[in-house]
Design a protein around this ligand. Sequence first.
Ligand SMILES: [Zn+2]
Length: 835
Amino acid sequence: MNRLIIVFFLSSLIATSQNHTDLSYYLPQDINYNQNIPTPESVIGHQVGEWHVTHDKLVQYMHALAKASDRITIEDRGKTFENRPLLLLTITSVKNHENIDAIKKKHIDATNNNAVDIKDMPIVVYQGFSIHGNEPSGSNASLLVAYYLAAAKGNYINELLDNTVILLDPSLNPDGLQRFAYWANTNKNINLNPDPNDREYSEVWPGARTNHYWFDMNRDWLPVQLPESRARIETFHKWLPNILTDHHEMGTNATFFFQPGIPSRTHPLTPKLNQELTKNIGNFHAEALNKIGSLYYTEESYDDFYYGKGSTFPDINGGIGILFEQASSRGHMQESDNGILTFPFTIRNQLTTALSTLNAAKNMREDILKYQHDFYKNARQEGIKEATKAIVFGDEKDAAKTFHLAEILSRHKIKFHEIKQDFTANGKRFKKGYSYIIPKNQKNTRLINAMFETRTTFQDSLFYDISAWSFPLAFNVDYAENVSTNNLGEQVTNLQQNIGNVSKQSDYAYLIEWHEYYTPKLLNQLLNKDIRTKVALKQFSMNNKDYDYGTLLIPVQNQKLNGTGLYAFLNKLAKESHIQIDAVKTGLTKGIDLGSRNFKTLKKPEIALLVGDGITSYDAGEIWHLFDTRYNITATKLDTKTIGRANLNRYNTIVIPNMRSLSEPNTKKLKAWAKNGGTIIAYRNTAKWLKEKEFIKLDFEKTNVPAKNISFEEKSDFNGAQVIGGAIFEAKLDRSHPINFGYKNDKIPLFRNTTVFIKADSLSYNNPIRYTKNPLLSGYISKPNLEVLSETVPVQIKKLGKGKVIVFTDNTNFRAFWYGTNKLLMNAIFFRKEL
Ligand SMILES: [Zn+2]
């Protein structure tokens, strides 16, 4: 043997010994497996855990299984942003499959009707994996869970499948899973290297946790704004699963966690019995993990507060959500406090608890079915008590925003109606076609409460995620609770968006009010087409209609398109953006005439959005998504790595999401660009950075909370209580300021998740938005923070040479469902010259 061959032989030996795992490592060995069912390896070409499964291979295997096994059916429920299929496997006994529609119907009937006998019904378990793409042990384990359920033989599996309908969602985040598989596989050594410094274990920005637009999809179960969530929520409501599991990963040095989480942080709307059953289910996980010698813990971290998370959402829908967190190898094998942590080990723990969940479901079937039955029985009682009550919401100037809130109700199967006729409640006018009304007496009355309530007192002062999400505040709609059901019009069963149109062709001018949600989309297309468009800096009225600040004016003469062409183009835009365009024949108005200097010609924005190292990817993704999917605005994603060689003069607007740092040369370059006439729009902590780097002057307020009588043990809770993890605050608007154009009320709810407090300017007209004296609307904030926040300002606009810097301390684009403040960014972009 020559030397080369010896080396090759030795290295392949090592490689084999490090990689060698067979099915016996993972699966129960006390039973037989059906040889006609393909193993994962026979389809995907490698043993589970040897490589990170790519999503396409996962799909291939699941289809192969469904083809080979009469216990499995498979469906494709839609597509991710990157066009990957959103699969669902339904797994149960052959006999149950033959009656699956009847089983589903009876299961749902039991949530509607006290008389349904639940004793012999199968329990429904939804098992979901790896909603965070770089927590891949879940999806990799799903190959084995599915294989086991298809191939296992014997009494236990027969009994399990007879008594259970399993909805298996092998990848809750296909785009993220694919991104992480690419990273871990392309950096894998043949000779696995557990050194945490190896490139394999540190992904590049933005990482694979999120979906295509960098959203954490495990926050979207309630808002349902992303295609992946829409498919999943559709399945959820179709089946109302009794148990839903959500398989995650946490830090490499941890062990394994299963719920219940911290008891004091359970949402008060969740029934007590939910947590007790969660605990009982936990005993099955403990027993199974004891058997394989794996360490675990419960109740010390994570919580069941925000209903937008997968393990908490079921808790307000009669089910039981279970969170699993496995220490992550974040690659194929990594050193940890618990020794070498291998990828197969992480997969085995996920598989083990997926199977112990099913064992718990089988053993606790009647108790859990009864729990759901009672949940809806009690909810119905609560509904009957409020039989004459309803919630109305709407915005008489913005049908699109109202529509999108109603759309969420539709996705959650909440019943709502048109209003019978216009009426006033809470001092707000509700207009037919621009409002909807939700009767409280309905099945999902608890879910309605969870979506609409505001809450300002809490048992605990720490939250794993946001402490408030009140939808009418997020959408900034007018709303009133406890209105009479006498206002109910027809039930809405086929929700449609308003159709836009142009009132008629004009030879003189067209006017468009700025309130509708999609007006920026329309304006962007006008400017892209070089159609001269002006904005009204003052209010006026004509033809018996009041036109608010920010009304757009499109003169007909001297445009690139002739009168007919312009009319056709506007018709197209009106339809695409669902907007009413008014044709006018005269320039004379009550107030500023159409030729007035108070109509300013708008210039097309050329936008760059800073992304990359130093930037919070969630915030950047929210803005990218807003531009790309809502307003069809093309913005360049300018990476902090490439600013140095980019010609910034291509842009007149640069948006900086929450940013920690930027290199000195790039800082200089950015400042020079702004001084030369550019507009910087910056968010959250970037405000501090801009001050530190002397772009602008700002005065910050600070809270000072010295630790008195706080023990070492209490230290972390004490500090945590000063965090604003996400709460909603009221601010007062100066509606005449262009940053506020399109808002019809003089108050606005803002979402805040920072402790950046800016002192108000001494000149009141420089404070277009200011927190009210007692600004807390919903959520948790410590008393000292609330005192400091009072009457500070969330927005400042400062000159820098010939340019401008606009800072927002709050996240106005939060998680794609804060429709209510999206227009602030659009105003900063389109009206930047007038600010
Ligand atoms: Zn996770």
